[in-house]
Write a protein that binds this ligand. Structure first.
Ligand code: GLU
Length: 484
């Protein structure tokens, strides 16, 4: 590897940014950031029919969300058509490529014949060998032709950064087209031409491209360019061992954003699909990923995408991210969920950070966390049916108990120690454990039974609101005891 390397991510904008693409982008980015190299982004939009602006936008959004910033200006492959054509013609001029006038119909027929004979179709170079005068007259007539690369004899190999030595006998490689008859380049030519033009020194991509690599190496050589290092990352499988696809659930990076995964958690998780820092190190910050990332940790064997593990890892990041960074990320979610406004929360930052510290260790996703925040922000508490059924089994008794709680709390100071003393005294007076008091209170104060410690809840909800919520629960329970 030439250091510092120049790397690139070269997605085709023909769909959303999927996790496999994001993993490739991340590995390139990590290596660039680790080594002080450059990370370039190239949108491979040469397939006009399948490329869409929406997809290009999804790539930018996904990369931005993941925090994978690129160096230098984004390039669009489609804009380099003239260079691709120049390179193809240079190969033609040097004899490394040749014109092929074989028509599409003829090729189809040959393909069918081969199929019927149970053979694999191979293009026979002799089909394209025309006597000089015929060649000239066809050119004069303006007959369409493709430009094919003349695959030399021998073998083509490289030392892959992930897989080690790989070699293909050239006899297994057909003379492949590099320029179609309409003058548009074939993928392998466009990629090589662009990688040479942007001085890429390390091509890291999914191992579905391994079979393209010998063709690309032949093109580099024929164009007289230095070869980059190649690294082919292992496939990502679903939990059933099959290639990851929509059947396994969300595969678009944007979906995980929507599901409440933190970008740092997503990067951490993706980094472990085909790389290991060694030991049992798993939860890592972005900076730690950069620090530990190295080519030695790249793995050959296919990686398994385990969504449960992603959620677990996200919980770890929710708990460990510095509070200011987490706050900055969460605020738009709170505003979007209608819990607060940017101005209102800016005035209560201290309160909000205390609440966030309480709740963040209890959630696995941002969406879960936002849902848990709700009762602390909005006026109305919605009682979860299961929690109410379980904790308020006897509505009349619960109403009476909560009324007593309300009175004790209203009398004393709004401070954890004083509140605890008051409620323990209530428990003793009634001969019941405090759990029997705290659980019904939780439902009254937040609507749910699983909350942080009850005194933390009381302080976070605040005196006025807590007392009002106890009152409201008493009214609600009294009504249902009468109705029941
Ligand atoms: N555009 C190709 C793809 O999306 C990647 C090309 C490459 O990385 O060489 O699969």
């Amino acid at each position: 590897m030439i250091t510092p390397p120049r790397l690139r991510f070269a997605p085709s904008p023909t769909g959303y940014l999927h996790v496999g693409g994001a993993r490739t982008a991340l590995f390139n980015w990590l290596l660039a950031r680790k080594t002080g190299g450059k990370f370039l982004l190239r949108i491979e939009d040469t397939d006009r029919a399948r490329s869409t602006d929406d997809s290009t936008r999804a790539i930018f959004e996904g990369m931005t969300w993941l925090g994978l910033d690129w160096d230098e200006e984004v390039t669009f492959q489609g804009a380099n058509l003239a260079r691709h054509q120049r390179d193809a013609h240079a190969l033609l001029a040097s004899g490394a490529a040749y014109r092929d006038f074989t028509t599409g119909e003829e090729l189809d027929r040959l393909r069918k014949d081969a199929e019927a004979a149970g053979e694999q179709f191979r293009f026979d170079r002799r089909l394209a060998e025309l006597p000089a005068d015929e060649l000239q007259s066809r050119l004069d007539r303006g007959d369409p032709f493709t430009i094919r690369f003349r695959v030399p004899e021998g073998a083509t190999g490289w030392v892959d950064m992930v897989h080690g030595q790989i070699e293909f006998p050239n006899k297994d490689i057909d003379d492949f087209i590099i320029l179609r008859s309409d003058g548009t380049p074939i993928y392998n030519l466009a990629v090589v031409s662009d990688d040479i033009a942007t001085a890429i020194t390390l091509v890291m991509r999914g191992d579905d491209h391994i079979s393209n690599t010998p063709k690309q190496i032949l093109l580099y050589r024929a164009l007289g360019a230095a070869l980059p290092t190649f690294a082919h990352l292992p496939m990502i499988l679903g939990s059933d061992g099959k290639k990851l696809s929509k059947r396994h659930g969300a595969t678009a990076v944007g979906d995980y954003h929507g599901l409440g995964i933190l970008p740092d958690a997503m990067c951490n998780f993706l980094a472990l699909l085909g790389w290991s820092p060694g030991g049992d190190r798993e939860v890592m910050t972005r900076q730690e990923l950069i620090d530990y990332f190295s080519e030695d940790g790249l793995l050959k064997k296919a990686a398994v995408f385990d969504a449960t593990k992603l959620e677990w890892m996200n919980g770890q990041h929710l708990a460990q991210t510095p509070i200011d960074a987490l706050d900055a990320y969460l605020r738009p979610f709170l505003v979007r969920a209608d819990l607060t406004t940017a101005e209102a929360i800016a005035e209560r930052t201290e309160w909000w950070h205390r609440l966030l510290e309480l709740l963040r260790v209890r959630a696995r996703t941002v969406n879960e966390l936002v849902a848990q925040c709700r009762p602390y922000f909005v006026d109305e508490v919605l009682y979860d049916a299961d929690a109410a059924a379980k904790q308020w089994k006897d509505p009349a008794a619960s109403a009476e108990l909560l009324q007593a709680v309300r009175e004790r709390l209203a009398e004393g100071e709004w401070e954890a120690g004083a509140m605890e003393t008051a409620l323990r005294a209530l428990g003793e007076a009634r001969g019941i454990g405090v759990g029997k008091i705290f659980q019904p209170m939780r439902v009254a104060l937040t609507g749910v039974a699983a909350t942080p410690g009850i005194f933390d809840v009381l302080l976070a909800v605040g005196r006025e609101r807590s007392l009002a919520r106890l009152d409201a629960a008493v009214v609600h329970l009294t009504r249902s005891s009468i109705a029941g």
